[in-house]
Design a protein around this ligand. Structure first.
Ligand code: WT7
Length: 656
């Protein structure tokens, strides 16, 4: 990490204190840090007591066979009972669990906890009728509709681990996952709505089932929700079952069984450095403890809050912060099926105003795209109900942070930049909204109970003002337990780099600023090396985005004869900037040079209309790198829109 790079970040001197009333009434106060440090096990036991256990544990943590952890040893509980039944039993049955907002305007549905309990029981009974037993895996491939959540909870109720596959994934991706985890049943829908039109899902399941069969694996049953009512062409009477013929006819009575704290809850696939996706395994007691505690602490959840997380349940964020965390906490949520800008660009803000959302959780990529459209759109809506804003998924550029706080949060709301991963199961590093002053761009420090550090290759803790690798130095309850069917890969990927110390290697680069606060720089493979100096793609992107004409930027390190790697940037201009003017490229290069230093000045900047993104909104820098290094562009199948790369490559050829 160069001194130049670090000093640029240290220039960030904006600070936002927590609002006084929030600070006074915050769920978690400053003292919690010390308490957790003094007796970590006691602190986590206290968090586990947020849940209802059929049998209490004998031991908080068994770490006798690292890296295979056992949390709350001997404890028994049912995750679905904790997310649904107990709220009803405690007299909160009439509380709204979900304000469902469908993609078609006016397609709305309110579901109370009592109604959710009935639905989950019916689905559990129907799954049993289809042959699902404790331990069987069930795949869920659905649009963002209540039935998707009902299906997840029904699986949890039966102790049948679910694997939710994002509805935007192809049949190939689905097939790989079905085979890898050996799914007995798939729950799906005829289709979902996307930008006003029905889009089929069931045919992809048919294809995936056929592909799995070629691999020698047979899915037994497919349970189909009728969502759009579109024609379902292929129907196999031996396999396919309508939800309305089974679930909706089933009894609303179902007695939940308690499972061991370490019983598998779900498998979530995520991409690694090799081609084969990793099935991240989460178990019951520790995971639910982590999801519930962090949602309560980081969002300062109160009984009358209306919480909305915009993630899809096909990602871990949807699992921890739509399903398990908020429901374990008995929260009222907005569940939205559609895209942010359909049928019009203000749809999100209109929903916030209408449902009086108080806690809002989204991703930097969305925030930047709203920045690009200008503040007039959100300004049309009264979002005075908001009290805390969250960000997750990638580092949030300081300018996007400030815009989010200012334009969406009316300068009242703390922004919590939450760092975590599919593997960590729950938020690890984040401000506490009633305790921590906000510092744009920094995820600040680990939350109480979590221990992290930034270390060198050799495992030395770096001093304040320096960068290195992010590690978690103590086990935590919601940690992944293994990679499904591949203990060796689990050990190898996360625990071999710092095997001697027994630390978890997160795969991210980070730095400590002069206050000791953490800045996550992104995956270590996104860190460039220019003339022997380490530069973060994120940092240069932030600099570009801070230029008034720039809406979004992606930076890659391209091979360079002179410097090893060179900085190549791709930028989208804000609408009001037009074409940016004749000297736009020089203007931006000098802007970065001025902000970060000569070393960071991009060799090349290309103005583009779109950036290649995955369906979850991550920029695929690998493809941009192909362009920057004049190579044939690689595999584009995971792009949300694969034509984007053609446009970019053409622009490059014409020398623009
Ligand atoms: C990777 C994990 C966590 C749920 C969504 C993504 C990056 C995530 C932040 C943040 C900087 C972040 C990291 C991490 N990341 N949140 N607040 N600041 N980087 O889950 O797909 O497992 O990705 O996302 O690089 O390793 P995921």
């Amino acid at each position: 990490m160069t001194d130049q790079t670090l000093s640029n970040l240290l220039k960030e001197d904006r600070r936002f204190e927590p609002p006084a009333d929030l600070a006074a009434n915050a769920n978690l106060q400053e003292e919690a840090y010390e308490r957790a440090r003094t007796d970590r096990d006691a602190f986590w036991a206290e968090q586990a007591d947020r849940l209802s256990w059929e049998t209490r544990w004998d031991q908080v943590l068994d770490w006798s066979n690292p890296p295979f952890a056992k949390w709350f040893v001997g404890g028994r509980l049912n995750a679905a009972y904790n997310c649904v039944d107990r709220h009803v039993e405690e007299g909160r049955g009439d509380k709204v669990a979900f304000h469902f907002v469908g993609e078609p305007v006016d397609d709305e549905r309110t579901i109370t906890y009592a109604e959710l309990k009935d639905l989950v029981c019916q689905a559990a009974n129907a799954l049993v009728d289809l042959g699902v037993q404790t331990g069987d895996r069930v795949a869920i491939y659905m649009p963002m509709i209540p039935e998707a959540i009902v299906a997840m909870l029904a699986c949890a109720r039966l102790g049948a681990p679910h694997t939710v596959v994002f509805g935007g994934f192809s049949s190939d991706a689905l097939a790989t996952r079905l085979v890898d985890c050996g799914a007995k049943v798939v729950v799906t829908a005829d289709g979902g709505y996307r930008r006003g039109a029905p889009s089929a899902l069931k045919p992809a399941v048919d294809e995936a089932r056929a592909k799995a069969k070629d691999d020698g694996f047979e899915v037994e049953k497919v349970l189909v929700v009728r969502r759009t009512g579109q024609e379902v062409e292929a129907w196999d009477d031996d396999v396919d079952v309508w939800w309305h013929d089974s679930v909706e006819q089933a009894s609303t009575e179902h007695t939940p069984e308690a499972f061991d704290a370490e019983h598998p809850l779900y498998v979530m696939y995520t991409s690694g450095t090799t081609g084969k996706p990793k099935g991240i395994l989460h178990t019951t007691g520790g995971y639910l403890t982590g999801a519930s505690y962090t949602h309560w602490a980081v969002f300062d959840l109160k009984d009358d809050d209306v919480y909305w997380c915009t993630a899809d349940i096909g990602w871990v964020t949807g699992h921890s912060y739509i399903v398990y965390g908020p429901l374990a906490n008995g929260a009222t949520q907005v569940l939205y099926e559609g895209t942010p800008d359909s049928p019009e660009r203000g749809r999100w803000w209109q929903i916030i105003a209408e449902k009086k959302v108080t806690l809002f959780y989204t991703a930097p990529t969305a925030i930047r795209s709203f920045m690009k459209q200008g503040r007039e759109i959100p300004d049309r809506h009264d979002m005075g109900s908001l009290r805390i804003l969250g960000s997750v998924g990638e580092p949030i550029n300081p300018e996007a942070y400030v815009w989010y706080r200012h334009v969406i949060g009316g300068d009242r709301t703390p922004v919590v930049d939450t760092w975590w991963q599919t593997e960590t199961g729950a938020i690890m590093i984040s401000p506490l909204p009633g305790v921590t002053h906000g510092k744009p761009g920094s995820a600040m420090i680990p939350i109480p109970g979590v221990a992290a550090d930034v270390v060198t290759d050799e495992g030395e803790s770096v001093p304040d003002g320096s960068g290195g690798y992010l590690v978690l130095t103590e086990p935590w309850p919601s940690m992944l337990r293994t990679i499904w069917g591949d203990d060796e890969r689990f050990k190898d990927t996360y625990w071999s780099k710092y095997a001697k110390q027994g630390w978890y290697f997160a795969g991210d680069g980070a730095k400590k600023d002069d206050d000791g606060d953490l800045w996550v720089l992104g995956r270590v493979d996104d860190v460039m090396n220019v003339s022997g100096h380490r530069l973060s793609t994120t940092e240069i992107e932030s600099s570009l985005v801070s230029h008034p004409k720039v809406a979004e930027a992606a930076v890659v390190g391209a091979k360079d004869e002179d410097t090893g790697q060179a900085v190549c940037a791709f930028v989208i201009l804000r609408e009001e900037a037009g074409d940016g003017g004749a000297d736009i490229v020089e203007e931006l290069r000098n802007h970065v040079r001025k902000q970060i230093g000569p070393i960071a000045k991009p060799r090349q900047i290309m103005v583009v209309a779109e950036l290649p993104k995955t369906r979850s909104g991550k920029i695929m820098r690998r493809l941009l790198k192909d362009v920057a290094e004049n190579r044939e562009v690689g595999d584009v199948t995971t792009l949300a829109d694969s034509s984007v790369m053609d446009l970019i490559s053409k622009g490059m050829d014409s020398g623009k």
